[in-house]
Design a protein around this ligand. Structure first.
Ligand code: EPU
Length: 420
């Protein structure tokens, strides 16, 4: 088990390059199942979650090669539609293979998800969509199995704008007969990127990014080359690193419109943010003030930035109220932040944070990916030394985070072998 040792208090400066978005790349890898041609993903991020999904695809006989920074995905020899259960259970995003397998092969059998750290996260909306397209769904013995002789377009209303369900249904519908209209769809930038990718392959999708997506089925899709969008959550995390250390840094390789809610909140706190074409400079050296946060589907404030901004609010004078509306259990970082001296009270889906003079370095756990990022941020600002354990969670979604932070002047070290 590896861990991070962070000595807090350093001011950050310089520039950081943002990698491609994890949550864009995962559906794109799955979408490659839709064509028997090779697809190339340029500038792919080499993250644990990406490696797991690659293995899921390999388990159904696809080949994935990494050449320079590109991933070449060949699904022409897929010979089964039952991905390895152990791998599927490792990562929820493995479910994004359901829609493409359904579309190309008319069936799949996949191990059911268990609970996860941030909530129960069911897949009922995904299945409701497949069923509306004509699939017969069976659940039993820990598996969900679906079969359809032919998928036929339909009108589908999502009870909640689920990101994964929108992606899965879009991918299932691209090869269906006729037209599918998906209402109350999610509009995240990653969904827009997936629609761009599928359209380049020859699909016909309009409205991605709005709450109504229309998909007209086509006969087949071809192989393409695509560069995924930059990671708005990684960018937001580095912007928060600047704010929590009261520093000024430049964040390169972003799409600023994807960061609107994060930019708005950091500006409301008192950070000065200057945007350029593909970069921004954030100056957090002013005195910052407490703000309230409510997580919402895009373009609302992203749940994936809630923990990091909470770490920041722990260091800002005043009271802030956080309301988490997306996941029912996404406050795992609170008890860890409290170990560092934060003053936080939880009441159901709300957390009330009273800023403290100083956080204090100590031993904490990364309880999930974004909670782990919040621990790093808190440790950068804390007095003394912090030790962050279970950092495999952080490696799922941040590419070389310690190298990027070290380049900005942070004192962070990855300890390879952990002695207790
Ligand atoms: N939900 C249902 N039924 C479903 C699907 C979702 O009730 O069939 C509920 C979930 O339980 C949750 C809410 O709807 O309470 C939102 O879930 P959604 O389906 O939108 O999330 P997801 O597709 O599972 C993606 C990201 C998450 C991100 C959420 C919300 C990927 C691979 N994951 O998850 O990313 O938090 O959207 O924006 O795209 C992360 O990167 O740290 C992360 C967790």
């Amino acid at each position: 088990m590896e861990k991070f040792i962070i000595r807090g208090g350093n001011e950050l400066s310089g520039e950081v390059e943002i990698s491609s978005a994890k949550n864009a790349v995962l559906p794109l890898i799955s979408a490659c199942i839709l064509s028997s041609d090779k697809c190339i993903l340029e500038n792919a991020p080499f993250l644990q979650d990406v490696f797991v999904l690659n293995d899921v695809l390999r388990s159904i006989n696809s080949s994935i090669e990494i050449k320079d920074n590109n991933m070449v995905i060949d699904t022409s020899r897929i010979n089964n539609t039952e991905p390895d259960g152990e791998l599927v259970r490792k990562m929820r995003a493995s479910f994004l293979t359901m829609g493409p397998m359904m579309a190309r092969y008319g069936k799949f059998k996949i191990s059911l998800p268990g609970g996860c750290n941030i909530g129960t996260r069911p897949i009922d909306l995904h299945l409701k969509g497949f069923s509306a397209l004509g699939a017969d769904i069976r659940i039993g013995h820990g598996y969900v199995e679906a079969r359809a002789k032919k998928l036929i377009g339909n009108k589908i209303y999502l009870d909640f704008p689920s990101v994964g369900a929108t992606e899965n249904i879009m991918m299932a519908a691209v090869l269906a007969e006729g037209e599918t209209v998906l209402e109350n769809a999610a509009g995240e930038p990653e969904i827009q990127d997936l629609a761009r990718f599928l359209n380049k392959m020859g699909a016909y999708i309009i409205g991605a990014g709005t709450d109504t997506i229309k998909i007209v089925g086509v006969k087949e899709l071809k192989g393409i080359k695509h560069r995924p969008i930059p990671d708005r959550i990684e960018a937001g995390t580095f912007m928060t690193a600047a704010a929590i250390t009261r520093s000024k840094i430049k964040v390169n390789g972003i799409i600023d419109s994807h960061l609107k809610p994060v930019i708005a909140k950091l500006t409301e706190m008192g950070c000065i943010i200057e945007k350029d074409q593909n970069s921004l400079v954030i100056d957090g050296r002013n005195s910052l003030k407490a703000v309230d946060i409510k997580t919402l589907p895009y373009p609302g404030f992203p749940t994936d930035m809630q923990a990091q901004i909470m770490a920041l609010m722990c260091t800002v004078k005043g009271t802030s109220i956080f309301t988490e509306t997306i996941f029912e259990n996404r406050f795992m970082h609170v008890s860890e932040l409290k170990r560092m001296g934060a003053n936080i009270k939880i009441d159901g889906r709300c957390a009330v944070i009273e800023g403290v003079e100083n956080l204090m370095g100590c031993r904490v756990n990364a309880t999930d990916l974004r909670a782990g990022a919040a621990m790093i941020l808190a440790a950068l600002a804390a007095e003394g030394v912090s030790e962050i354990r279970d950092i495999f969670h952080i490696d799922r979604g941040y590419y070389h985070i310690e190298r990027k932070l070290m380049k900005l002047g942070a004192n962070i070290e990855r300890i390879k072998k952990m002695e207790d």
